[in-house]
Design a protein. Structure first.
Ligand SMILES: Cc1cc2nc3c(=O)[nH]c(=O)nc-3n(C[C@H](O)[C@H](O)[C@H](O)COP(=O)(O)OP(=O)(O)OC[C@H]3O[C@@H](n4cnc5c(N)ncnc54)[C@H](O)[C@@H]3O)c2cc1C
Length: 332
């Protein structure tokens, strides 16, 4: 069966497919071209089927850390929904599927008096995206609280404890595959205190970030130079670059590490602004800034050492995606 015909044959309870679909609304930047196929997948079996048939794909979580810079993507953009939003609570642990939002994870942890994840409250996006980029805030990182991750890689589904991470980086960025869920190790705490802490973190975020604006979080990663941590936002601010615009994109006046789409910005506007900031910072401070946001698609620009995104890889010869065994789907 041809791929398009196969997608059309899927039942709505398994997946919803959109053709030549604009993806701007799927990202917090509100920027994005069209994809030949945009599939919202609701269970593992269907994901297995789709991955065994599609030639190239990209997993989009909440789209809150991604700049989709293509005009047209001739492949499949996959979003995990349905069963992938499930969250299970156990004794001192919480297991969340990759499509669950960080908001829900934090609230469910609080409701069950489980503490440790309060710092995540207010970071938009999904568990999958957070694990991939090792999201963090207030000197804590998500992977510091994860005991194992469920992955679909090389045609196999497995739970792994074998991962490494550093500031806004994880081995999942290089190892490829699809993150299906994660188990968090948590402690028992006082529900009211957990709630207080969450509210405090959210409030701090609202005070310091352009919360609610069309953006994708901090554009650049922190740097370590001679053992010292360098905050790009501080440097950009000191250089007086707050408010600098290119097209509809500008450096946020509230937080110099953020670029906001204030007026119908294109991906090109954002990329040109990134290029400008990097150039100035290099000239004045001799520092090479590196993007924290994921830039996917479009033409490769000379300034941008974009990594080859693992999802875009074609299945290996013999199509090893076919061999996967998803096992039972009742629980994690
Ligand atoms: C206002 C605002 C504030 C923010 N504050 C913070 C902050 O304090 N700290 C922080 O770390 N981040 C912050 N961010 C950035 C962002 O919210 C986080 O990085 C978040 O974890 C991204 O999740 P996502 O699901 O939206 O990822 P997406 O943007 O959808 O995807 C990011 C990457 O992860 C990959 N990915 C997503 N799901 C999967 C999966 N299931 N399997 C494999 N790969 C996957 C995608 O392919 C992509 O490469 C902020 C963003 C905004 C808009």
């Amino acid at each position: 069966m041809r791929y398009k015909k196969f997608l059309k044959s899927l039942s709505l309870k398994d997946a919803t497919t959109y053709y030549n679909h604009s993806l701007a609304s799927q990202t917090s930047f509100k920027i994005g071209g069209k994809a030949k196929y945009f599939v919202v997948v609701k269970n593992q079996k269907t994901l297995e089927n789709i991955l065994s048939k599609c030639k190239k794909f990209f997993i989009l979580g909440g789209g809150t850390n991604t700049l989709l810079s293509f005009k047209y993507y001739n492949g499949t953009i996959i979003k995990l929904s349905g069963n992938f939003k499930r969250i299970y609570v156990g004794k001192n642990k919480l297991t969340a599927m990759a499509g669950a939002s960080l908001f829900s994870v934090c609230k469910i942890a609080r409701d069950n008096s489980l503490c440790g994840l309060e710092f995540l409250y207010g970071i938009p996006g999904t568990v999958g995206g957070a694990i991939f980029g090792n999201a963090g805030a207030f000197e804590e990182e998500v992977l510091g609280h994860v005991s194992r991750v469920k992955v679909f890689r090389n045609g196999k589904i497995f739970w792994t404890k074998n991962f490494s991470y550093s500031h806004r980086d994880s081995s999942f960025k290089r190892d490829g595959g699809v993150i299906l869920g994660a188990q968090f190790s948590l402690l028992h705490g006082n529900k009211n205190q957990i709630d207080e802490k969450m509210k405090l973190f959210l409030e701090r975020r609202k005070q310091t970030q352009p919360y609610g604006a069309f953006c994708a979080g901090s554009v650049f990663k922190r740097l370590k130079v001679d053992g010292q941590t360098i905050f790009p936002a501080k440097i950009i601010d000191n250089l007086g670059l707050k408010g600098v615009k290119i097209g509809g994109a500008k450096v946020s006046e509230k937080h110099a590490g953020f670029i906001v789409n204030f007026e119908n910005a294109s991906a090109k506007d954002v990329l040109r602004l990134i290029k400008k900031i990097k150039k100035i910072v290099y000239k004045t401070n001799n520092l090479k800034l590196e993007e924290e946001i994921i830039i996917f698609g479009g033409k490769k620009l000379a300034f941008n050492r974009r990594f080859s995104h693992p999802h875009t890889l074609q299945p290996r010869k013999g199509n090893n995606f076919r061999k996967c065994d998803f096992g039972k789907e009742k629980g994690p």
